[in-house]
Design a protein around this ligand. Structure first.
Ligand SMILES: [Zn+2]
Length: 382
C-alpha cells in the first residue's frame, strides 16, 4: 500500500485521545499480518484501548524501536474546511487530524514494512504504537513494562513526533496534578457552622506559587531549555457558587515542567505534603512523564543524524514518550516528519515530501541493519 493511502486509512479512524482504539489497532495488525509480521497487543486498564508492538527481523538480538502514538487530539474546531477524519490533498498538503501528530510518521513506518521485510535484517526493527499519549503518555508505560518479554534490550528508540526530521536531544518532563477541597456549605454570615473549601485549598496553591518562584530563582538550570529552569503553574481553579454561600467544593489543576534530571513529580511535593496533612484535601496525579536528555555524541544521536541527514537540535519545548523509554533504560531520541506548530490545530497537515523523507529515513535504518546484499524498492507515495 502506498504511503498516502496508508495515511488516509489511518486518519479515517477517529482515534481521539481518551476513547477506544481497537478498530485502528486491528487494522494495523491485519496489515502487518499480510506482510508476515506478527504483532503483540498490549492493553491498558481501561479495557478498550491498546498499544501494538511488532518486530521485523530477529527478536533476540538488540535492535531499534520506531515509536508513534495512535491517538489524536479532538477536532471540533470550526475552522476545519472539511471532515477532519477524511484526508484531503490541498496543493501538496495532506490535511486531516493526526496528519502531522503523528499518523504521518506511523504511515511512513508501516508503508516501509514490505521493504524492511525483504531486507533480511540482521538486527530487528520494532514498531511500537501507543494510545492516549495526548493525555500525558498514559498508554505507553504498559507497553514499556512488557518490553523485556517482547525483545532483547533495544539499542535505541526513535520517537517520530514532528521535528522537521531533525533529531531532538532534549525536552522537559511534565506532571499534572488535580487538587480537590471538600467543605461544608452554609450561609456566609455563619462561617463557624460550615467549612470553606476555597480557604482549604489556598495553602497548597500558595506552596506551588512559592515553589515556582524558588525554581526560577534558585533551582537547577540547564541552558538548553527555554526557560532554563523547571516551571510550575496553576492553570485552572474553580469553586464557589455565590458570595454569600460558603463554598463546599474547590478544585485546582497544576502543571510542573521539569528540566531533564529533575523529577517532575518532585516539583509538586510541597502541595502534596499539605494535601496529605489536611483531610479536607485530596489530590490526583493526572499525568506524568520524565524529561529527555541524550548527548550529541551518543551513538543513537549520531545514527539518527546520519539517517535523517540533519544535525541534532539541543532541545524542544514539547514533551514526548522518549523520556519514558530513556527512563526504562532504552536510549531515545525524537525525530519525525513535519512541523510541530501545525499540531493540535484545524487544517493540520503534512506534505507528501515530508512523508516520503520519513519513509526514506526508515528504509535507511533498515539498510544499516542488513548484511548489505538487498536492494529495497523505493517506497511508493502515489
Ligand atoms: Zn504527538
Amino acid at each position: 500500500m502506498n504511503l498516502q493511502s496508508m495515511l488516509s486509512s489511518l486518519v479515517a479512524f477517529r482515534s481521539v485521545v481518551g476513547t477506544h482504539n481497537g478498530a485502528l489497532v486491528d487494522y494495523i495488525r491485519d496489515f502487518l499480518a499480510t506482510q508476515g509480521v506478527e504483532s503483540v497487543v498490549v492493553g491498558g486498564p481501561e479495557g478498550d484501548r491498546f498499544n501494538l508492538f511488532a518486530t521485523i527481523g530477529p527478536p533476540d538480538v538488540p535492535g531499534y524501536i520506531l515509536s508513534g502514538h495512535l491517538d489524536v487530539v479532538p477536532a471540533n474546531e470550526p475552522a476545519w474546511e472539511g471532515d477532519p477524519f477524511r484526508l484531503r490533498e490541498v496543493e501538496g498538503r495532506l490535511v486531516g487530524r493526526g496528519a502531522v501528530d503523528m499518523k504521518g510518521f506511523v504511515a511512513a513506518v508501516l508503508s516501509a514494512v514490505p521493504d524492511l521485510v525483504a531486507m533480511n535484517l540482521t538486527r530487528p526493527i520494532h514498531i511500537a504504537l501507543s494510545y492516549d499519549e495526548e493525555a500525558g503518555c498514559r498508554g505507553v508505560p504498559h507497553l514499556i513494562a512488557k518490553l523485556p518479554t517482547l525483545c532483547a534490550p533495544p539499542l535505541g528508540c526513535i520517537v517520530g513526533e514532528p521535528s522537521g526530521l531533525v533529531p531532538v536531544l532534549r525536552h522537559k518532563g511534565k506532571a499534572a496534578l488535580r487538587i480537590v477541597a471538600a467543605g461544608k456549605s452554609g450561609h456566609s454570615s455563619r462561617p463557624d457552622l460550615g467549612r470553606n473549601a476555597i480557604h482549604a485549598i489556598l495553602p497548597a496553591l500558595a506552596a506551588m506559587a512559592d515553589e515556582a518562584e524558588a525554581q526560577r530563582v534558585g533551582g537547577p538550570s540547564d541552558s538548553h531549555f527555554a526557560p532554563p529552569y523547571s516551571t510550575i503553574q496553576i492553570g485552572r481553579i474553580s469553586g464557589g457558587e455565590a458570595l454569600n454561600i460558603i463554598p463546599d467544593r474547590a478544585e485546582a489543576e497544576i502543571e510542573a515542567r521539569a528540566i531533564a534530571g529533575v523529577d517532575p513529580l518532585a516539583l509538586l511535593e510541597p502541595a502534596l505534603r499539605i494535601v496529605a496533612a489536611d483531610d479536607a484535601l485530596s489530590a490526583e496525579i493526572v499525568a506524568s512523564y520524565p524529561g529527555l536528555a541524550i548527548g550529541e555524541d551518543h551513538p543513537l544521536a549520531e545514527l539518527v543524524s546520519d539517517l535523517s541527514g540533519n544535525k541534532p537540535l539541543a532541545a524542544v519545548s514539547y514533551g514526548t514518550e522518549a523520556g519514558l523509554y530513556q527512563a526504562a533504560g532504552v536510549p531515545a531520541i525524537v525525530c519525525g516528519p513535519g512541523d510541530i506548530s501545525r499540531a493540535h490545530k484545524p487544517e493540520e497537515y503534512i506534505t507528501v515530501q515530508e512523508l516520503r523523507a520519513a519513509a526514506e529515513m526508515v528504509l535507511r535504518l533498515g539498510r544499516r541493519l542488513t548484511a548489505g546484499q538487498s536492494r529495497p524498492r523505493a517506497v511508493g507515495t502515489g
